[in-house]
Design a protein around this ligand. Sequence first.
Ligand code: HEM
Length: 178
Amino acid sequence: MSLRNSKKAYGSVAKFFHWSIFILMLGMMAFGYLMGNIPDNYRGIAYNTHKLIGLLILSLMVLRAWWALINTKPQSAHVTFLGRFSERSVHLFLYAFIIAMPLAGWIGSSAAGRAPHLGEMILSLPIEKNKALVEQAFNVHANLALIIIFLVNLHILAVLYHFFIKKERTLRRMMPNG
Ligand code: HEM
């Protein structure tokens, strides 16, 4: 399997980004919705862990976007313009929102003066404390969670339709041995 994409298939690097970010996002969504219920004495470390994994996802997404830009994109299975347009739109929105979501969390935490830390190193954006910005940023963070969950389900349904109903290779192209 080659590292780079071809007109026919995704390379191993694109597949690594796709599945590692999917698994991290799945964990982070569950973690995000449940961390409010964590007992007080563990909440601090839980929130910081959530924030650090969020920054890892942000870094992987920026690398993934760069790799997508310098690689060819395998040919779409769609024959109609509308099919290709909707497929590409969902892909583009997923890229944009999975970058915007950790960014919104980071802006909110930095503006709250509760930026993530790695040991002694504080990973804060250069933002002054700002209560209104904290509220706006976490509203965006919470709403993007719902939009991403909706788009990912739409994406999965489309892939399963093309694979099981239209008998196309779409799913196999993103599989490790595909
Ligand atoms: C893509 C990565 C991320 C995902 C999928 C994610 C997911 C979530 C979810 C589902 C919630 C619950 C939202 C709700 O209650 O409606 C949440 C809350 C939160 N997230 Fe994230 N998050 C990510 C990245 C980050 C980052 C990078 C930070 C900060 C540096 C962060 C800080 C927070 C905080 C502080 C809360 C609690 C907000 C509140 O109490 O209202 N998150 N996250």
